[in-house]
Design a protein around this ligand. Sequence first.
Ligand SMILES: [Zn+2]
Length: 286
Amino acid sequence: MIKVFYRNEQSVKPFQSLSPSAYKPKLVVESWKKIAIPIKIVSFQPCDRDSIKRVHDSTYVDGVLDLKLNNGFGNRCPLLRDSLLYNIGSFAGAAIDSFKNKSITISPSSGFHHAHHDHGYGFCTFNGLLVAASLLSEIGAKKIAIIDMDAHHGDGTINIIERLGINYIQHYSFWEQFRQYDDAHRWLEGLRNELLKTISNCDMIFYQAGADCHINDPLGGQLTTSQMRNRDHIIFQIALEQRIPMVWNLAGGYQKNIVNLLQLHNNTIIEHYRAINETKPLSQGA
Ligand SMILES: [Zn+2]
């Protein structure tokens, strides 16, 4: 069974926004339940204020959580504020479970990588990637690879790494790497070797399986559906072959037709399941 760390509190009711990420978790999990992949929904604790302050400016954290500052969506909605704590809790819970059990887990969460140390934007408020990395390093993770396949730059992640002098993270950015090739076929050809470099000496992988790099995405547009599936397959294969635990999440995706967007997230879990069945699992239940 593939563990999906999900609680309803991760989603708010759909509202007018360019980004569906605040209500995407519920839709994605419902979509996954309809396909023939054995998943197990796992509960978790929402993230607490102090854990977020491990990687963010204290005044910023208090300002957003006390509704005195805007969140990354540019509003001060209390339910959306609450959902942030559950989305970080989902990612951190899935990451810790994966690390301890040497498996691949899923967090249907988004909205992390643009969150800087003292501000958020681009539908990102707090950097759940960095919160989880900080918690994992405390329980023994030595080196964590963040493979960020969102179409956009993980500028918030880089900002926090530099600001806090974090030395236990190796970062791969699709946005940065793809620009060097500017050709999807050539980029995919080199992907396996690039990822092997990124994950070398790592004992944990975070994979942001962004859907906004799809050619039909209004804010992305680099990869076809089958190229995205190849991307996913290469990543899952490498994690399993190298026996490195991994957690993956949703990240961006802005196609107006939500059914098309959900299909891309379906494809990632299908590739996850396919890779497990092709490769010897990391452990029972991987
Ligand atoms: Zn993006």
